[in-house]
Design a protein around this ligand. Sequence first.
Ligand SMILES: *Cc1c(COP(=O)(O)O)cnc(C)c1O
Length: 391
Amino acid sequence: MTLPGQLNPPPRLLLGPGPSDAHPRVLAAMSTPLLGHLDPNFLELMLETQELIRLAYQTKNPLTFPISATGMAGMEACIVNLIEPGDRMVICFKGFFGQRMIDVAGRTGAQLTILEKTWGDVFDLNEIRETLQKVRPKVLGIVHAETSTGAWQPIEELGKLCHEFGTLLLVDAVTSLGCIPLNVDAWEIDAVYSCTQKGLGCPPGLSPISLSPRAEEAMAKRKTKVQSWYLDLTMIRTYWGSDRAYHHTAPISMIYALREGLRIVHEEGLDNRWKRHFRNHQAIKAGLLALGLTYTAKEGHQLPQLNAVRIPAGVDDLVIRKRMLNEFGIEIGGGLGDLKGKAWRIGLMGYNSKPSAVFQLLAALELCLRGAGVAVQPGAGVAAAEAVYLA
Ligand SMILES: *Cc1c(COP(=O)(O)O)cnc(C)c1O
């Protein structure tokens, strides 16, 4: 065979549901030389990384570290370590990732109770209370930022509610960490997982997780072994704890990346970071509405970092997304599940939540929409976003 050429990826602006662009400082950190995974210098970096994760989650949980795989592995790790066959679990299902949770939990032999909502909706605490009272589950699982619909689920009071019934709260924060407020200790969250490639400005590859002392207690009471060897936290914690026992070789460069990504998060400050995401969301939202698009999630529950909008009638999803990619180097996401072919998902996450991305997206999308015959006032999207920034 002729050897494939040297790697030369085309320039892209990744404004889909993830991955989003990595911060240049993160990419630089990843290209520094490897250390051994038991090197005292690396062990120091691990401790620092754990502390930075705790700071980002706003938690003191000792059991906090990254799982060596993507967000889905964080989901699976939390579920298989908390659930034994026959345990009752309630899952709040209102989009694609809630469905994933059902699939993962179903395989553990959990007795599932599913609370269902139309895609794009969010749950009200009272609806959940009734089910908790009736079922008294060991765990309740919910997605904080449902990336498939762009809906922002309020969870501030949910931990307290779960604890009234002796239930542990499991939260999917894959698209929320680094983008919107998340306060693990104050909100009494017992198990939380995220990823590196959405809000933290890193490549995909790690899933930072954190489990509360309550969750640790539940794990200590297990009668059966965790069904997954690789994701068994009782073993992984011996490497991330003081024993430093070998479990699997840590993905060194990814830990460098996460450490640098989190350093950038904390240099900016969590509050500033959330404000930045909100401001750029207001601008892109004004622009998208001016282009005649409407959000799939309800007013008041729209995620700043994931703008999901309905595709106008008569417009071909793929034609537009291909044009955005090929002519402008901009990636946006299509719809998932119930919204397949019906929605675009525009991410402004982490490093990519910035005015330059907002303007590029709005200008390019306007051209594509007009090209597809949609009546749009020329410059309307850009002008509306500009008005937000100038206000
Ligand atoms: C992206 C995503 C996941 C899956 O994460 P991967 O890194 O793709 O494995 C899980 N939950 C939500 C809400 C997500 O947006």
